[in-house]
Design a protein around this ligand. Structure first.
Ligand code: PRP
Ligand code: ZN
Length: 292
């Protein structure tokens, strides 16, 4: 059947933003009672709600075509299986966190280089081992699937390598962060290889919509009045704007109305320099959708 199946996290840090992103791409779902499988209404894309850690394997097994998961989780499976089958299709702008080494407040381990020969509790043994090896450190991994932060207190590890987002979990467990091994965000993954033509067409349409949403999130529509002789300078001052539209102003033949889409973040400093270059009546509007 030519439907695309996307795996997203059932409940946790990535769930809400993953769903919100897909909805912004125009996807609507009929939610089934057991809430694990959501059927796509207007577009043949269905959702499977699962544990985030299971998503990379679900893709490799071909159960789903796409999945939204943290780069850390995907990297772990890629290293563990020595698999190049998982392909990062798009990096997403949410789910930011870091994989860090942390130790008890009173520990003798003061920096990452002290970790040689230590035991490190983690849910990401392959990734941690790989990143430490790159720094010339060899440590023993103690693999835990959850509650990693209590391992040092229980005496089963000297340090942990875990995801940190706000740092609350570390503080609550009297652990201090020694250093960051890996910065991660959520990303959209697929399996490398050939999809049947119809599915590929569907995937391309979905990715085009996704790119539109991701671009629109940063983009702003700017309207302003500019002196005719400053059009070039003003266009240059607009970050990521290409071809502005120009309109004559009945009231003032020396000035024009200039409209442009800025594809990069527009800061107050930008507006101030536009004003400095002679622009007036500057308006900045959010962009909801973009295509082409
Ligand atoms: C991570 C990590 C910590 C927590 C850190 O879990 O394992 O428990 O988040 O966040 P904080 O710094 O804001 O306190 P994750 O969200 O990946 O949940 P999971 O282990 O259930 O997948
Ligand atoms: Zn998880």
């Amino acid at each position: 059947m030519n439907r695309i199946r996307i795996a997203i996290q059932k409940s946790g840090r990535l769930s809400e933003r993953s769903l919100e992103l897909l909805q912004k791409c125009g996807l609507r779902f009929v939610r089934s009672k057991d809430k694990l499988y959501w059927y796509g209404q207007d577009f043949p894309v269905d959702l499977l709600l699962v544990r985030d850690d299971d998503i990379p394997r679900i893709l490799l097994d071909g159960v789903c075509d796409l999945g939204i998961v943290g780069q850390n989780t995907a990297r772990e499976v890629i290293l563990e299986d020595d698999s190049r089958e998982l392909e990062e299709l798009r990096r997403l702008e949410f789910g930011g966190c870091r994989l860090s080494i942390a130790v008890p407040e009173q520990s003798n381990i003061k920096e990452i280089s002290d970790l040689n020969g230590c035991r490190i509790a983690t849910s990401y043994p392959a990734l941690t081992e790989d990143l430490l090896q790159q720094r010339g450190i060899k440590a023993a991994m103690v693999k835990l699937s959850g509650s990693v932060e209590i391992a040092p207190g229980l005496g089963t590890a000297d340090a942990i390598s875990d995801l940190v987002s706000t740092g609350t979990t570390l503080r609550a467990n009297h652990l201090v962060e020694l250093g960051v091994l890996f910065e991660s965000t959520a990303a959209l993954y697929g399996q490398r290889g050939n999809l049947p033509a119809e599915k590929q067409t569907l995937l391309d349409r979905l990715l085009a919509r996704l790119d539109g949403v991701l671009q629109a999130a940063e983009s702003k529509y700017v309207m302003l009045h500019a002196p005719r002789n400053a059009i070039e300078e003003i266009t240059r001052l607009l970050p990521g704007a290409e071809h502005p539209s120009l309109m004559n102003l009945e009231s003032d033949p020396d000035r024009v109305a200039l409209h442009a889409v800025c594809r990069e973040t527009l800061f107050w400093e930008h507006l101030e320099s536009l004003k400095g270059a002679g622009a007036s009546a500057i308006l900045v509007l959010p962009v909801e959708k973009m295509l082409g």
